[in-house]
Design a protein around this ligand. Structure first.
Ligand SMILES: [Zn+2]
Ligand SMILES: [Zn+2]
Length: 385
């Protein structure tokens, strides 16, 4: 990505610019270089694309952080920075971001609407994995509801006996021209939603929506290392377009269940592992669990409570293909709740040796019981005498 311009330069903002300043700068550039205002001007289109790319990175705190730290190198490889091959992709992305605001209307529903049919709605589904599945990657079947073209009316929304009437507001164009300041903006007709027609007698099967709900089952490949809360896009698996355009996408939101042993921290896994006092004092080789099975870990003599050990490469894979994390073993001393017999004797000898004060040996419950009875019998005998 040599020769790429700095995103802050592209948007003509300071590195310290806040979200509002970045959005304002982008809006200004986007309007100035908008392809509709600069037909056949390749350079304006390039500036428009560059601004969109810079904006997508700098408006996202996580991406902006990475960019500030690593520059363009932060986005090399798969899942990197957005690179728009075609301005239409920008309309799709920013149509979403700006929702139905003036900016969104202008871009996604502007005069481009005439050339590009509206995409179908995006939908979402959910999937829950355990940590082992998230670590290795897995193929799962998801089930969700999706509205699909109604079979009764073939998507028109009108009953088979009736015909849709042309919309009176836009005269069947699906577009109306609105004025915003000095700009003439063509937007989707609010009366017919861009369809260009009104339904007088709605289809009984879909109540005029042109869509009916169907259950969908799909296989989905989850990449290794996926994190709780991430989503996987199933391109083209959303709802069909109402106007013959491409379908929307389905976003599968992934939950990863908590594991009984391992806690995830980014690419690393944390394992709290119990050892004994003698093991940390004298040193030991212990077997610790990893996601790939057991592994030996050497605990050197004199290890302190809270010391951590790293098993390199035994963590989680980065879902974007940037390396693999470690297993961090945090040891703690597992103190026995109760000791007795030889175990207790040896510990008491150790306490003597270390010249530390320990509590007196506790009498067992039976001993206490015997003492109690002996004492009572003695006092009774005294009374009798
Ligand atoms: Zn129908
Ligand atoms: Zn209309």
């Amino acid at each position: 990505m040599a020769g790429k311009r700095d995103y802050y330069e592209v948007l003509e903002v300071a590195r310290s610019a806040d979200e509002r300043e970045i959005a304002a700068a982008y809006r200004k550039l986007a309007i100035k270089n908008h392809p509709d205002s600069n037909p056949d001007d390749e350079e304006a289109t390039e500036r428009f694309k560059a601004a969109a790319e810079a904006y997508e990175v700098l408006s996202d705190p996580e991406k902006r952080g990475r960019y500030d730290q690593f520059g363009h190198a932060a986005f090399e490889g798969a899942g990197g920075a957005p690179h728009y091959a075609d301005v239409s992709e920008i309309f799709e992305v920013f149509g979403d971001i700006f929702g139905g605001g003036i900016f969104g209307d202008m871009f996604s529903g502007g005069s481009r609407q005439g050339r590009r049919a509206r995409r179908g709605e995006n939908i979402k589904c959910q999937l829950t994995l355990n940590l082992e599945e998230a670590a290795a990657g897995v193929t799962k079947t998801v089930q969700f509801d999706r509205r699909q073209t109604c079979k009764h009316c073939n998507g028109s929304g009108a009953s088979p006996e009736s015909k849709p009437q042309p919309c009176v507001r836009c005269g069947g164009q699906g577009q109306v021209v609105q004025q915003a300041g000095i700009l003439h903006v063509q937007t989707v007709c609010p009366n017919c939603g861009g369809a260009g027609q009104r339904i007088t007698d709605p289809c009984a099967g879909c109540e005029g929506a042109g869509l009916e709900t169907q259950q969908v089952r799909l296989e989905i490949a989850i990449p290794a290392g996926i994190e709780d809360g991430m989503r996987v896009r199933l391109t083209g698996e959303g709802e069909p377009s109402p106007s013959g355009g491409p379908p929307g996408d389905c976003y599968c939101f992934v939950n990863v269940r908590e594991h009984s042993l391992f806690e995830r921290n980014g690419p690393d896994l944390i394992l709290r592992f119990p050892v004994t006092y003698t093991q940390v004092v004298l040193g030991a080789v212990v077997e610790v669990p990893t996601l790939a099975g057991r592994e030996e870990l050497k605990i050197p003599a004199g290890t302190q409570i809270g010391d951590v050990f790293r098993l390199r490469g035994r963590g989680m894979r980065d879902p974007r293909g940037r390396g693999i994390g470690d297993l961090i073993v945090q040891i703690f001393v597992d103190v026995p709740k109760k000791v007795s017999g030889r175990h207790e004797e040896v510990l008491r000898e150790l306490a003597d040796l270390e010249k530390v004060n320990v509590s007196l040996q506790q009498k067992s419950f039976l001993e206490k019981l015997r003492d109690y009875f002996v004492h009572n019998e003695e006092s009774t005998a005294q009374v009798e005498n």
